[in-house]
Design a protein around this ligand. Structure first.
Ligand code: EPZ
Length: 415
């Protein structure tokens, strides 16, 4: 098992190019199941999760070639199932459910188990499919869904669910009649998927708002499209600039997708200015502690909560960080405490008192974004930090140690 070793204390300077967004690429690649012919997608990131969804699709008989530019042909789908051994490594596999039922009328997808950050049920996905006339059963850990032809329905999501919105939006493109998604997720990744589906001939309006209307068509044609930049990767590097007292040009990010973070980081004293193709981000004179509450987009993203907590751990005062999206997304706290942070958890809130410095330690990654926060803490900690179970990082960050060492960090991956 690889681990990452970091010698803290180096300010980061220079340019970092942001990769395509994992959480946009996954639904877009799944949407290829809706069409015959060859879809071409650009700016696909090189991540473990991308390799996983490729395996899943190939297992269904789909042909795929290419990496950053990926061509996917789903002329022949020979198996309509997503087996447990693949789904257990990536919950986003649930995204094949909607397209399979819509295109093939049948799907057998392993229930994604829980994960470190919470139970993460998919009940809202299943209820919406039933509302559209699908017959859904749970048999020995598998979702078995069937529908001769999905029919348009008026869907109301009890919670804003990103992949739930994406799954049902994809299913609705080939349903008979019109589907309205109420309380839909508004994330940029949902909008990216909607644009790709429209490029395939789908009739969709309202993506990016909380009401999305889809009028079903009889078939879709293959599309060519690009994946948006990863706002969570960009946010992680922006926070790194503030923590290490450096200055980083975040190249290729989309500032409009980062407004809640930009405002928050400015409140901590950082300078953030737009440049030709991204943002110039520099540390403030000192770090002012701020409160953070995670919310569905356009609120502060839960996927940056662990990272901003690492930043507030060395802040100038007291910061209250509220996690409202997931029930157990404070796994990084125990590791940060071992590095000398002063954090107390009270229910869904973490009370973070800034300390003058953190100390290197042996730590263990638990989930994707928690491991990113350990990397950030290690970059400023005094001494050496080792982070084991690095596969968590590789799921969502493309060659993270190469990108950080290019900015001056003393970071290396050891077998
Ligand atoms: C997506 O997960 C992202 N993953 C997550 O990113 C992200 O943290 C999350 O949205 C929130 O922004 C992908 O897009 C592949 P949800 P998703 O459905 O869709 C509850 C990362 O690090 N819920 O929006 O699974 C759920 O338990 C990952 O890249 C139900 O109760 O999240 C959670 O509390 C981590 N029933 C809340 O809704 C359902 O049927 C939001 O979850 C669905 C969700």
């Amino acid at each position: 098992m690889d681990k990452i070793v970091i010698e803290g204390g180096k300010p980061l300077y220079g340019d970092v190019r942001i990769s395509g967004a994992k959480n946009a690429a996954l639904p877009v690649m799944a949407s290829a199941l809706l069409t015959e012919g060859t879809n071409t997608f650009h700016n696909i990131p090189d991540l473990v999760d991308i390799k996983t969804i490729k395996k899943l699709l190939i297992n269904m008989g789909v042909q795929i070639d290419g990496d950053e530019t990926c061509r996917i042909n789903a002329d022949k789908i020979t198996h309509c199932d997503a087996p447990y051994d693949l789904v257990k490594t990536m919950r986003a596999s649930i995204l094949v459910l909607g397209p399979l039922v819509a295109r093939m009328g049948v799907a057998r997808v392993s229930l994604p188990g829980g994960c470190a950050i919470g139970a993460r049920p998919v009940n809202l996905h299943l209820k919406a499919l039933e509302d559209m006339g699908a017959h859904v059963e749970l048999n020995s850990g598998y979702i078995e869904a069937r529908a001769k032809k999905l029919k348009g329905a008026d869907i109301y999501f009890d919670l804003q669910t990103v992949t739930g919105t994406e799954n049902i939006m994809m299913a609705a493109t080939l349903a008979h009649g019109t589907t309205v998604l109420n309380n839909a997720a508004r994330e940029p990744e949902v909008v990216n998927l909607a644009e790709v589906l429209k490029g395939m001939g789908a009739k969709i309006s309202g993506a990016g708002t909380d009401v999305i209307t889809i009028t079903g068509v009889t078939s879709l044609k293959p599309a060519e499209a690009s994946i948006i930049p990863d706002r969570i990767e960009a946010g992680t590097f922006m926070i790194a600039a503030g923590m290490t007292r450096g200055e980083i040009n975040i190249i290729g990010c989309n500032p409009q997708h980062l407004e809640s973070l930009i405002n928050k980081l400015r409140d901590t004293g950082m300078k953030i200015t737009p440049i030709k193709n991204g943002l110039k981000v520099s540390a403030g004179k000192k770090i002012t502690s701020v409160d953070v509450k995670t919310l569905p987009y356009p609120g502060f993203p839960t996927d940056l909560q662990a990272q901003i907590m690492a930043y507030m751990a060395i802040g100038g005062g007291l910061s209250v960080i509220s996690e409202t999206v997931f029930e157990n997304r404070f796994m990084h706290v125990s590791e940060l405490l071992r590095m000398g942070a002063d954090i107390v958890i009270q229910g869904g809130n973490a009370i973070v008192r800034g300390v003058p410095k953190l100390h290197g330690a042996q730590t263990m990654a638990t989930d994707l974004r928690a491991s990113a926060s350990l990397v950030l803490a290690a970059l400023v900690a005094e001494g050496t930090t080792e982070i084991s179970r690095v596969y968590h990082i590789d799921r969502g960050y493309e060659t993270i140690e190469k990108k950080f060492s290019a900015l001056g960090a003393d970071i290396k991956r050891v077998k």
